[in-house]
Design a protein around this ligand. Structure first.
Ligand SMILES: NC(=O)c1ccc[n+]([C@@H]2O[C@H](COP(=O)([O-])OP(=O)(O)OC[C@H]3O[C@@H](n4cnc5c(N)ncnc54)[C@H](O)[C@@H]3O)[C@@H](O)[C@H]2O)c1
Ligand SMILES: *[C@@H]1O[C@H](CO)[C@@H](O)[C@H](O)[C@H]1NC(C)=O
Ligand SMILES: *[C@@H]1O[C@H](CO)[C@@H](O)[C@H](O)[C@H]1NC(C)=O
Length: 323
């Protein structure tokens, strides 16, 4: 609306125009004041939370589904969730090692059920998800953990290797989320945990495609969090992205470090406990060790050339698995 048409019109529409303008300005001022107040409350809350860890959600009696439970962190998570009283649903492509995990849990008095599943096969995965929901009811926690890490220079990676890596490390997560998120959204509860990696925070040599998969996990989880919040401001479905540094599972075949005391391998048991803690606290992001998320943020503030000098000094990473 223009000033000319306003002054040319009758006086009543002129008054109306002015009062809507004033009304809109008042609304905008109220919005800005609210933003400033809430912004500072959020900052203070975040600072207080630094010193007061969030309470742990009770997982006793809940159903927890983990992929890749035949070995490594998946296996240790299955054991620890079972100890906390959860019913653990174990999925792995390796029937033998997965059976072993389930047997061990049952022997020590825990509740576990094993299913053989190659998570790259979407139709089988979706069917199995339906079966699990029918047999065990609402799945409260889904942990997208299964992953592979071929490790060599990019031009030595084969097409199949790269495709399989994306199928397992990224695409399978979408099939899992499509299978289990609708129930969670409907009940407005539950957690989805995704294993990214420090390779999802930093670019590393010999891990070019792998870094791509782990950055992808970080990216889709961040976007999904926004989507859930946008759809329901009271959203209570928790998303947790995990960024482990090198964990002693055998996945990382040739770790290299200049200062082993500073960057030592973390045991799979410790890492699993750390992931479960992050899920139960409802953290959106958690590195193992925890301070690595902060290290990445600070690293991004430092000019690239300066940061590379530090990286070269630390000389830490993984060597090719083709040695
Ligand atoms: N080990 C590390 O240093 C490290 C660091 C950061 C992130 N991560 C991530 O953590 C997750 C677990 O790593 P880990 O070291 O415990 O691995 P791991 O190799 O010890 O165990 C992975 C399990 O996943 C299963 N699996 C592989 N392909 C599968 C498929 N197609 N379908 C179903 N199951 C399949 C394997 O059979 C195995 O039991 C992975 O996503 C990995 O990328 C690991
Ligand atoms: C794994 O366990 C299932 C069910 O107990 C059994 O049918 C299957 O033969 C077992 N497989 C292996 C490889 O041990
Ligand atoms: C899982 O399926 C993919 C094809 O989708 C195949 O390439 C891969 O070898 C399978 N994994 C195992 C361990 O059988």
């Amino acid at each position: 609306m223009t000033k000319v048409s306003q002054s040319a019109g009758n006086s009543s529409s002129n008054n109306n125009g002015n009062s809507t303008d004033i009304y809109n300005i008042v609304l905008l001022v109220v919005d800005i004041v609210m933003l400033i107040v809430k912004f500072w409350i959020a900052i203070v809350e975040a600072i207080v939370n630094l010193f007061r860890p969030a309470p742990l959600e009770n997982v006793g009696g809940k159903v927890v589904l983990i992929t890749g439970t035949g070995h490594g962190m998946g296996k240790h998570m299955a054991q620890q969730y079972a100890k906390l009283g959860a019913t653990v649903i174990c999925w792995d492509v390796n029937e033998q090692t997965n059976n072993q995990t389930v047997k061990e849990i049952q022997k020590s008095g825990g509740k576990a059920y094993g299913y053989t599943c190659n998570v790259t096969k979407r139709e089988e995965l979706v069917e199995l998800a339906q079966k699990v929901r029918k047999e065990h009811g609402f799945v409260h926690v889904v942990v997208n953990n299964a992953g592979i890490m071929p490790c060599h220079p990019l031009l030595e990676h084969t097409e199949n290797e790269i495709r399989l890596m994306y199928d397992i490390n990224v695409l399978s997560h979408f099939w899992m989320i499509q299978s289990f998120l609708p129930d969670m959204v409907e009940r407005n509860e539950g957690s989805i945990v995704a294993l990214s990696s420090c390779a999802g925070l930093f670019g590393l040599i010999n891990l070019v495609p792998y870094c791509g998969t782990k950055f992808a996990v970080r990216g889709y989880m961040a976007a999904l969090a926004e989507e859930l919040r946008h759809k329901n401001p009271q959203n209570n479905v928790k998303l947790t992205t995990i960024f482990p540094y090198m964990i002693d599972t055998g996945l990382c075949k040739n770790p290299r470090y200049r200062f082993p005391k500073l960057f030592k391998l973390i045991s799979a048991d410790t890492a699993a406990a750390s992931i479960i803690e992050a899920q139960r606290q409802g953290l959106e992001e958690a590195a193992i060790p925890r301070h690595f998320v902060g290290v990445e943020k600070i690293g991004r503030l430092i000019p690239r050339k300066a940061m590379r000098l530090v990286n070269d000094f630390l000389d830490t990473g993984v060597d090719t698995d083709k040695l």
